[in-house]
Ligand binder design. Structure first.
Ligand code: OGA
Ligand code: NI
Length: 358
């Protein structure tokens, strides 16, 4: 079957989004320049020569012995200082991770008429499966990120039968292994906040839903003027992210305006703190801005598993986390209100936390 054609006069949003060709479909037409609607304003780009700091790096933590006090301390410290770390020997078999990345390729390499089954014009938060594209800017001035994504929702009723057959079993397997790992990491992090166990009452708050996205970043003729995933913080408690060996994930460094590359390590997962845990920890743990750049010759796959509060949970600083005389800097907010603010306003950088700040 021949690739769909894209003429310069065609509506790019119609071609990429409504017809589900994706940015990948655009690249498959053989285009050698970036269409105007994909050129990012300067403040959304990443200048690898000017802004990337090769002196700093985020820690890699070996989880072989999670009872070791040094390991526990290094996780808590990484969450406070960087908000981001990588984990190795985490217990998820390499095969599960490799199969998941392959599944991502298999799905995004399908023809548009297969993928369009998973596209909805107004996908809601509780969608079981959703193919989507991200745009920024005002209605008249949208810019497309260089990325195709699919969300595998996580509703109380198991509706994974609605997921694509290309990804279903692999995503379920990742979720099966990811859940106990996420719980162990959260337990370590909560110990640092004087919360000693995640019992049944805390589970909905800390790990109420665990949706999994697959991001597919097609190769780009000019990566320096586009972005795969614009700078943002996650709304989660924590996120576990699997990436392939292409590279391209960047995290804000400790100097404020520098960015650090999260160098791919085979079999590793990147872990980051999201806004929800920053709020619950009263700023002890940091939700840090990150973004994904694209490559000029390779398609990149990344797969985040977001460990989120349930939408009806109330999030706020744990009283146990407050040390002598320390005042909470956040109020108690309904997570669904925070979520709505986050995704409707798309505030830049860390501004979303102001919604919950006292
Ligand atoms: C995300 C994200 C980074 C990446 O999906 O929230 O930060 O490397 N992705 O794709
Ligand atoms: Ni993210």
């Amino acid at each position: 079957m021949s690739s769909p054609k894209f003429e310069p006069t065609d509506d790019i949003f119609d071609f990429v989004i409504k017809k589900a060709n994706g940015v990948k479909g655009l690249v498959d037409t053989g285009l050698d320049t970036v269409p105007n609607q994909c050129i990012q304003p300067k403040e959304q780009r990443l200048d690898k020569n000017q802004q990337v700091d090769n002196q700093e790096s985020i820690p890699t933590i070996d989880l072989s012995n999670l009872d070791d006090l040094n390991v526990i301390k290094s996780i808590q410290e990484a969450a406070s200082k960087w908000g981001f770390f990588q984990i190795i020997n985490h217990g998820i078999p390499l095969e599960v991770l490799e199969n998941l990345k392959d599944a991502g390729h298999n799905f995004f390499e399908l023809p548009a008429e297969e993928k369009i089954k998973y596209y909805k014009e107004n996908g809601g938060t509780d969608e079981s499966v959703l193919l989507y594209w991200s745009t920024i800017g005002d209605k008249d001035e949208k810019v497309l990120e260089w990325r195709d994504s699919i969300k595998h929702g996580c509703n109380p009723q198991d509706d994974s039968n609605l997921w694509p057959p290309q990804t279903r079993n692999q995503v379920l397997e990742f979720q099966k292994w990811g859940k106990p790992l996420a719980k162990k990491l959260l337990e370590v992090l909560l110990k640092g906040l004087n919360v000693n166990e995640i019992d049944e009452s805390l589970e909905p708050l800390l790990m109420g839903t665990m949706p999994i996205n697959i991001n597919y970043y097609p190769p780009c003729p000019n990566p320096s003027i586009t972005i795969g995933c614009r700078r943002h913080c996650d709304v989660s408690c924590i996120t576990l992210l699997l990436q392939d060996d292409t590279g391209g994930l960047f995290v804000r460094g400790t100097k404020g305006d520098n960015w650090i590359h999260v160098t791919p390590i085979k079999g590793a997962l990147a872990v980051n703190i999201g806004d929800s845990l920053q709020i619950m920890s009263n700023d002890r743990y940091k939700s840090v801005e990150h973004c994904a750049a694209v490559d000029s010759s390779r398609a990149r796959i990344s797969i985040p598993l977001f460990v989120n509060p349930r939408l009806d949970s109330v999030i706020g600083p744990f009283p146990q986390a407050l040390e002598d005389g320390e005042k909470p800097v956040y109020k108690q907010v309904l997570f669904s209100d925070y979520w709505d603010y986050f995704f409707s306003k798309r505030p830049s950088g860390k501004a979303s936390l102001d919604f919950a700040r006292i």
